[in-house]
Design a protein around this ligand. Structure first.
Ligand SMILES: NC(=O)c1ccc[n+]([C@@H]2O[C@H](COP(=O)([O-])OP(=O)(O)OC[C@H]3O[C@@H](n4cnc5c(N)ncnc54)[C@H](OP(=O)(O)O)[C@@H]3O)[C@@H](O)[C@H]2O)c1
Length: 248
């Protein structure tokens, strides 16, 4: 194949769709992986997979290994949120969330590492700023994204000889239907952070970070200061969380 190959999980909507569009614009052969094709599908291949299901993941990996021996960019983007106190979430929902947000990317990265190495390519793991700081009533989501962050950062130390570039992305709130698709025991309160950033702008920044072989991208940049604030002023931050979520 003359074009470079990019695989995007969760490319049917939101950030994944914006990434797929950006990569298509940049001349890549774009493969979207999701349960649904989504609206306005205009990419080169679609692989249907429920990433929460290990049998479905096994089939997906086999198909990819047969069709795409060399992968230039693998983007682990598919993910779901949760709005529930830790003690309110059903174990089955927690397990499903961890399957999609953590186990699926870990399995894809492990099983497809040689395919990415074949192209001296890039693995992008979409974590979240919620993986860098605790948020009340989003504990399951924060845990899954913190786990993915650590997976991504430790993987980078392990793949040196294979010539694989690892990029960890930690977005703040972005303008997608993510909140409406989250596992919800509570409604997400309206906070100043609901002034969302655009997925298309983040997709451009991610592509630039891939080209520049950056390690970590926090978007928007000022979330680095927010993370610092939450660590420095723990009690104030805890108080704010309790107020926002109306906790005792
Ligand atoms: N939006 C934000 O504010 C924000 C902030 C920080 C980080 N992030 C992260 O950014 C990533 C993209 O989120 P988004 O905002 O673009 O959300 P989104 O619009 O809800 O997109 C989620 C994507 O994941 C796919 N997906 C969900 N469950 C799946 C499953 N079981 N199997 C296969 N695919 C599945 C969905 O496709 P199907 O439904 O077709 O399967 C969809 O394409 C996520 O990892 C999210 O955690 C988002």
């Amino acid at each position: 194949m003359d074009k470079k190959i990019a695989l995007v999980t969760g490319g049917s909507s939101g950030l994944g769709f914006a990434m797929a569009e950006e990569l298509k614009k940049q001349g890549f052969f774009v493969v979207v992986i999701a349960r649904n094709k989504g609206e306005n599908f205009n990419f080169d291949d679609f692989l249907s997979c429920d990433l929460s299901d290990s049998a479905s993941r096994r089939n997906l990996i086999q198909t990819i290994q047969e069709k795409y021996p060399a992968i230039d960019i693998l983007i682990n983007n598919a993910g779901i949120g949760s709005y529930a106190a830790n003690y309110e979430l059903e174990l089955s929902d927690l397990k499903r969330l961890m399957e999609i947000n953590y186990f699926a990317p870990v399995e894809l990265n492990s099983k497809l590492l040689d395919n990415v190495a074949q192209a001296k390519g890039t693995i992008v793991n979409i974590s979240s700023v919620a993986g860098l700081m605790p948020v009340a009533c989003m504990g399951a989501y924060c845990s899954s994204k913190a786990a993915l962050f650590m997976h991504s950062e430790s993987l980078r130390m392990e793949v040196g000889a294979k010539n694989v570039h690892i990029l960890t992305v930690c977005p703040g709130r972005i303008n997608t239907g993510f909140s409406s698709r989250a596992i919800r025991v509570r409604e997400c309160p309206d906070t100043p952070s609901n002034k969302n950033e655009s997925a298309a702008l983040l997709a451009k920044k991610i592509y630039r970070a891939i080209c520049r072989k950056k390690d970590i991208l926090i978007f928007p940049w000022w979330y680095s200061a927010v993370v610092w604030f939450t660590r420095k002023f723990k009690r104030l931050y805890r108080y704010g969380n309790k107020r926002v979520w109306k906790l005792d």
